[in-house]
Design a protein around this ligand. Sequence first.
Ligand code: SF4
Length: 405
Amino acid sequence: MKLPTRSKSYMIPEYSLTGDLLSYITCGLQYRYQNKGTLPPSKPVQRWFGEFIHGVMEEAYLDWKYHEKEFPWDWKTDIRPIEDEIDLRLQVRGLYPHDEDLFFSINQPGSDLKLEDLNEHDHKKLASARAEKAINIWGRHLFPLIDASEILIKGVRPMPNYDKNISRSNYYGINGVVDVLTSTKINRIHEQSTLYNFDNKIVEFIKKNLDETDIEDYEIIIDYKGMKRPPTKVADLQSEDKWENHKQQILTYSWLRSKQEDAKNISAGIILYLNELVPSIEDLTLIKEEIINDLTDVPVNDEFYDDIQLILNWQEDEKMPNLSEEFKIARSIRFIAINDEERRKAVEKFDRVVEDIENSLIKETKGCKIQDAWKAEADKRTCSACDFRTFCKNNSDITKDFKIP
Ligand code: SF4
């Protein structure tokens, strides 16, 4: 009797929007070493801060939802335990902050530190200061509008240029995680704020930007970024167009969300650039350059005249200027309208990135050297923070140690 053989396992390659798409666009070779290799990066500071601030916002939302804590929250008693928990979760995955960015974990084995041992200096550490502002400035406006947090959105697409003799699979999967706001909650908070005379800055922002005339029931996707607001145009062809890439990311999220059964009409996406609430020296230097070169969409005229003058007159070796909260809020929030045509183009762009990654993988499996199989192109800033800069042939910069921007 002939025994049946087990059929070959059928696996669809999965791609995430942030871990794969944005990472690959930043630099293909760095993506290969970090994501497809086994070595965790030694100082993935940008990645640490992005994941840290995301985790802090999600945990703070749950804390607010289940304990109904009033704002403002006290950094030492309400926020520091959240920071500590997220820091520990990231440490388990091999992601660590620089000492000057975050007070080290009070829960470390053998540590006899307590909350009371913290002081104002620890709070001033960049990651802590940003976590506090993110919760106390955005949390109070955002949390009451969230209808569902941390939703996993997934979809399947045909493999671009599928060839049964070469391709790994005839389909590939895309996934992402988002928070969703609904019109029901937005309208309820809007009515309450009119009735009781308080402002919800996110509702105001949505009402100002969204044309709701023919939409009854809608959703808005929220994403947080642990970075400054990108310039609206790139200075040179080598630089990554983060402004456009973030838009593509939101459009693709919205396509994925639209495929879910409980999804409503997805009208827009909002990105919160959380570094804008506490900019670093490096951030402010770039903001100044962007104002001078007309590369920002945030008004530089009457509305923020004083803030703009403070920035233009500021020098890197001076104390940071005291910018108004309104200016920081305006720079921190970005609205992205969703339109079907642009959404289709964004998903097709994702297809092209997957095609590039798959082609590089195939080249590598056929024996091509890693550095020849993967595209290595990045701006100076990315290269200066890259773990592989010492041996990468395309390193565009060799500089000092990198700190969170
Ligand atoms: S040094 Fe620059 S070009 Fe080379 S892998 Fe790193 S980021 Fe990419």
